[in-house]
Design a binder for this molecule. Structure first.
Ligand SMILES: O=C(CCC1CCCC1)NO
Ligand SMILES: [Zn+2]
Length: 370
């Protein structure tokens, strides 16, 4: 049946301030600039390509509804929720929690709509209204921990959706596959003690947060073995990612047999991204989601939900997103990634020995998943 798609105009209205990454300062001589790396235009442009390519006509558009406070409190402390609500009421807004994640006045409303979009995507897939879904939500969520936001993330949209699937939709097991280039520390913090969520993160080693995402971090108590980190050396492209998926991610999810697969779908592993040093292109992301579509058909009745996370190249994120959504919908619009001839010449597609070695060290972790 038809694939679900979520976008909302307000996702394009987040206020990331006048800094580029850090706020402007005459002390540190960090100049103001038109667009912060996390400016919402990048994700709005992705939505525009989904529309202009005609792909949107093959999708069932799902309306995002704001999450309820109770939905957030399944995975976040009351104190975190209350602080975001309070700072959102300030004239200039506030910060998600780490001092480099600004949001504007009313940012709480957009963050609730992002979490609510994740919930709606999961609900419509689990209820069988759509075959699978892509929620182009903003602000992102995968760095947000139980008691704080981090890395541009206010509430952990993926964790909110996974907890909703378990507690409200009655699912027993949810797998989160995080291919955002940065470590999915949020789900690790929130679900590290339970086996009811398998949390897998494939990320550039020590990129962000620089002190987490190591193979040794495996969860605790009943959750031991159900956090799986696959750190990759910088410079990896489709060769490294496809090998990581074939030898670690797919076997782990196959062993876990989840009722639902949620993807933390960031495109900042792309060769054009300013916030990491990997070399993925749109075809590489297409190949990864192809693997997950086939895996979902095998283990989770096709239930697969992608939630937008990072991705900071306004030029290239749209083409990565188009490739992923085309593949999930089983639709080809005939749109070629115009950048492939140029970017494809730069390398990254070949699996290198040091990448293979790093990934082989993680594949042994799969044996503890039952
Ligand atoms: O895309 C992101 C944000 C990473 C940045 C947060 C501050 C510096 C790096 N996380 O997935
Ligand atoms: Zn990221």
């Amino acid at each position: 049946s038809t694939m679900g798609y979520i976008w909302n105009t307000l996702y394009g209205w987040t206020d990331t301030g006048s800094g580029g990454l850090l706020p402007p300062s005459t002390d540190s001589l960090t100049q103001p600039i038109g667009h912060h790396v996390a400016h919402p235009d990048t994700k709005r442009r992705m939505h525009e390509l989904i529309s202009a390519s005609g792909l949107i006509d093959s999708l069932k558009q799902i309306d995002a509804a704001p999450a309820a406070e109770a939905d957030i409190l399944r995975v976040h402390d009351q104190s975190h929720y209350d602080r975001i609500l309070a700072e959102s009421a300030l004239p200039k807004g506030g910060d998600a929690g780490d001092g480099v994640s600004p949001f504007g006045h009313g940012g709480h409303r957009i963050a609730m709509l992002a979490a609510g979009g994740a919930i709606e995507a999961v609900r419509t897939v689990v209820e069988g209204q759509v075959s699978n879904a892509y929620a182009l939500i903003n602000p992102p969520g995968h760095h947000a921990e139980r008691s704080t936001g981090r890395g541009f993330c206010t509430f952990n949209n993926g964790a909110v959706a996974a907890a909703y699937a378990r507690d409200v939709l009655g699912l027993k097991r949810v797998a989160i596959v995080d291919w955002d280039v940065h470590h999915g520390n949020g789900a690790q913090d929130i679900f590290g003690g339970t086996a009811e969520v398998l949390n897998i993160s494939v990320h550039q080693d020590r990129c962000f947060p620089s002190d987490s995402g190591f193979r040794e971090e495996r969860g605790h108590g009943e959750g031991f073995g159900y956090t799986l980190n696959v750190p990759l050396p910088p410079g990896g492209g489709s060769g490294a990612y496809e090998y990581a998926f074939d030898t670690v991610v797919l076997p782990a999810v196959r062993a876990y047999k989840p009722d639902l697969i949620i993807v933390a779908s960031g495109f900042d592993a792309s060769i054009m991204d300013p916030l990491a040093r990997m070399m993925m292109r749109s075809e590489g992301f297409r190949s990864l989601v192809r693997k997950l579509v086939d895996l979902a058909a095998e283990v989770s009745q096709g239930r697969l939900v992608c939630l937008q996370e990072g991705g900071y190249s306004p030029i290239y994120v749209p083409f990565c997103g188009l490739a992923v959504i085309e593949e999930m919908a089983g639709v080809s619009t005939g749109t070629q990634d115009a950048y492939t001839p140029i970017l494809g010449a730069m390398g990254g597609d070949k699996l290198l020995e040091h990448e293979r070695e790093a990934i082989d060290l993680a594949s042994v972790l799969v044996s503890d998943i039952h």
